[in-house]
Write a new protein. Structure first.
Length: 251
């Protein structure tokens, strides 16, 4: 059965996804090209099509915005319907991202809910959940999470098209409103025109003891191929989950 949030995508719907030590202070923006990304991945679990991940992102000037959807499909979708819709907007200098507002809407058999995070100068200053839920002792203080990004910004940073010299150079801290995790890409290896990275998603804080004992580190391999725009685009991710191997393959 598909986990409500696939391990390395934890904190969004979606969902399963990399820059050298992100610091999210707002910096003067260098001259750079705007970009648009349309990203669609099929997610398979143990060889069975389980979900679809879609992200549309745009960088214009020193601003960025993205929307994403993770939903179950195929046999898994027939058994258990899950859908997460997310949006974010913020500032960027082309490599570093500072979200301003993140919204997530979840529709599952057990709940329909929303989660909104508002940021100021790189720090989450407000987390609103509807319906509200009692604070858990494990929940982290948002104001202590300076320099983190939301789950969708992290995914967009990992999956967007990049120049070859920027590939496999991402280390981002993620805060989903209660828990902290991280994604790191490193160790680039070239094979012809293809390039692959070693990656790791890691649960850091705010997770239950059972979650941490079950698995706290999730290694994955990310593969780039040349894109029509002359940059590199992610075409496949293979990752470990608590239920075995999963694969994201670009449509």
């Amino acid at each position: 059965m598909l986990k409500t949030r696939p391990a390395f995508l934890h904190g969004t719907a979606v969902a399963s996804a990399a820059l050298v030590a992100l610091t999210l202070s707002l910096l003067p923006a260098p001259v750079r090209a705007d970009q648009q990304d349309h990203i669609v991945f099929d997610v398979t679990l143990k060889g069975i099509r389980a979900a679809e991940l879609r992200i549309n992102g745009k960088i214009v000037g020193d601003g960025y915005g993205a929307n994403g959807t993770l939903k179950t499909t195929g046999l898994i979708g027939a058994i258990r319907k899950l859908r997460y819709d997310t949006t974010v907007n913020g500032h960027t200098d082309g490599t570093r991202f500072a979200p301003m507002r993140y919204e997530e809407n979840a529709d599952t058999p057990s709940r329909q809910s929303s989660n909104t995070i508002v940021y100021k100068s790189g720090t989450p200053v407000s987390v609103a959940k509807v319906p509200p839920r009692p604070r858990d002792d494990r929940d982290l203080d948002p104001r202590q999470q300076n320099g983190t990004v939301d789950p969708l910004t992290a995914l967009y940073a990992v999956l967007r098209d990049v120049d070859r010299d920027a590939a496999c150079k991402l280390n981002v801290a993620i805060f989903d409103g209660a828990r902290r995790s991280s994604v790191q890409l490193s160790q680039p290896e070239t094979s012809g025109q293809m390039l692959s990275c070693r990656g790791e998603y890691r649960r850091v804080a705010g997770f239950s003891d059972n979650d941490m004992k079950e698995k706290s580190r999730f290694p994955f391999t990310l593969t780039y191929a040349p894109a029509p725009n002359g940059r590199l685009q992610v075409v496949e991710i293979s990752t470990d989950t608590v239920y075995g191997k999963a694969r994201l393959k670009r449509q």
